[in-house]
Design a protein around this ligand. Structure first.
Ligand code: DGL
Length: 257
């Protein structure tokens, strides 16, 4: 199967990494809209336009499924894209449901981009779970910028976490939800920051599980024929070299050990 994974930037590589680990036999396309990253502080219409354009280019590559490995693009454009295209469009969903279940009466904190936090998709999810009085939202777009610049730890990251969490009563919280794929690079640092007293969860595994089921459903090829673990990278419509992203994939391997 040929699967495309799309993000504004390098956040979706975290989904690519998990998908390749689970389904190494697929052929992957990774499309990063680096000319336009970040999406999270743009207006809705602009993000919709950029996402539609990227998906149009990806679709023309003849893929079996497209993963919107971007919570922001999913919030804005997933429904429209599913209506428009005849192939599965898999989106991200912030792991609020497992977080609420996990938190046993304590509070849940969702970290995401400004736009994801503003959008009705997340609000509706929280309403459906009847969890409006248990969930707090905190924008953290600065981490998108850090990830794009490969700033994964050090003083700048710790200072940001200090600033962001300084006004909060942290003992109220049991679970933090990473509602942006760029934030996965900071999962360990955030866990460490809270001395492992708060669980930090994300939607990546859920998305990969969902993708696997969908591909099994399409199942027109014998997966065992494809044992090649290939990825073709694209940056805003143009073929890109692996070397642009190699450092990220290596870092994800280190985080995974
Ligand atoms: N990685 C994306 C997300 O999950 C987008 C970040 C951005 O471009 O602002 O929201």
């Amino acid at each position: 199967m040929k699967v495309a994974i799309f993000d504004s930037g390098v956040g979706g590589l975290t989904v690519l990494y998990s998908a390749m680990k689970r389904m190494p036999y697929n052929e992957y396309i990774y499309y990063a809209d680096l000319d336009n990253v970040p999406y999270g502080n743009k207006d809705k219409e602009m993000v919709n336009r950029l996402t539609l354009r990227a998906v149009e280019q990806i679709y023309d590559l003849g893929v079996n499924a497209i993963v919107l490995a971007c919570n922001t693009a999913t919030s804005i454009s997933a429904d429209l894209l599913r209506y428009k295209y005849d192939i599965p469009i898999v989106g991200m969903e912030p792991a609020v449901k497992p977080a609420v279940i996990n938190s046993l009466g304590k509070r849940v904190l969702v970290l995401a981009t400004e736009l994801t936090l503003k959008e009705s998709k997340l609000r509706n999810l929280i309403n459906r779970l009847e969890a409006t009085d248990k969930v707090d939202l905190l924008p953290m777009s600065e981490l998108v910028d850090f990830a794009e610049k490969m700033v994964f730890d050090g003083d700048r990251v710790r200072t940001l976490l200090d600033q962001k969490f300084s006004n909060m009563n942290l003992s109220d919280y049991k679970t933090i939800v990473l509602g942006c794929t760029h934030f996965i690079y900071y999962k360990k640092i955030i866990e460490q920051y809270f001395n492992y007293t708060i669980d930090v969860i994300d939607g990546n595994q859920g998305t990969v599980n969902h993708l696997e089921k969908i591909l099994q459903g399409i199942g027109k090829e014998n997966n065992s024929r494809y044992k090649k673990k290939s990825v073709q990278y694209y940056i805003s419509g143009k073929i890109a070299k692996l070397s642009v992203f190699e450092g990220y994939m290596k870092y994800l391997e280190i985080l995974d050990t």
